[in-house]
Design a protein around this ligand. Structure first.
Ligand SMILES: *Cc1c(COP(=O)(O)O)cnc(C)c1O
Length: 229
């Protein structure tokens, strides 16, 4: 077995154990393989091992990679910051965008989504642990932004996404993830038909699943350590 195939198997086992511990069915969790900084060969290897959904942070890098992988039926998720001048590329090339924290960016994505493509799936990024310099909308503002995004014709609001600061242990990780979960439940109760809670990475996917994550974004545990970009 190749390393990526082995690694993917291990990650799937981690997800299955976390689901068992949380009494959740394993099919509630989607694994997003975060391929940023890795080349198209790494993506091909993961695809050959059964992985079809990939997350990318750097839009230009992602679009170049996609062009080399057009022969594969892959699903692409934008999980990096989206500047206004990059919305056209995101709207044209991605299936999902996880990092929406401003209405203006959402409006541009909706306007620029090409006619022939299905609606762009959207998660609103929430700053759950309140870092002042961090991306993400403040928890108190999530509901209002979600209602506005849900109105945009070429977007489909799917849920929330978080990138908490690293926390020292399982309990601390889970406490932060539970805040995101509470917001997710609040939006659902408010009538927004959302189904996705994008949280959990290599270091904290078990805690995220325990708190209710439906999509974990895993890079290092699948592709290995990234060299600084
Ligand atoms: C890089 C990245 C990941 C993957 O992180 P790992 O710790 O390598 O699993 C997940 N989500 C976002 C937003 C990232 O930037």
């Amino acid at each position: 077995m190749t390393t990526i195939r082995n690694n993917l198997q291990r990650v799937r086992e981690r997800i299955a154990s976390a689901c068992a511990a949380a009494h959740r069915p394993v099919n509630e969790i989607t694994l997003l393989a975060v391929s940023k900084t890795f080349g198209p060969e790494a993506v091909r290897e993961a695809f050959a091992a059964g992985q079809a959904a990939f997350g990318e942070n750097y839009i230009q890098e992602a679009v170049e990679k996609m062009a080399l992988l057009q022969d594969l039926p892959l699903q692409w998720h934008c999980i990096g910051p989206i500047q206004s001048n990059k919305t056209r590329l995101v709207a044209a090339h991605f299936d999902w965008a996880h990092t929406i924290d401003r209405l203006k960016v959402a409006q541009r994505l909706s306007e620029q989504r090409p006619e022939g493509r299905p609606a762009l799936n959207i998660c609103i990024q929430v700053n759950v642990d309140g870092g002042t310099t961090k991306a993400g909308v403040a928890p108190a503002e999530v509901l209002e932004l979600a209602r506005e995004v849900a109105q945009l014709p070429r977007l489909k609001l799917r849920g929330l996404m978080t990138i908490p600061e690293p926390a020292p242990d399982f309990a601390a990780q889970k406490a932060v993830h539970l805040k995101a979960r509470a917001l997710f439940d609040e939006l659902r109760h408010a009538g927004l038909g959302i189904d996705t809670l994008s949280m959990g990475m290599t270091a904290d996917l078990e805690a995220a699943i325990a708190a209710g994550s439906t999509m974990v974004r895993v890079g290092t545990a699948i592709f290995g350590t990234r060299t600084a970009k």
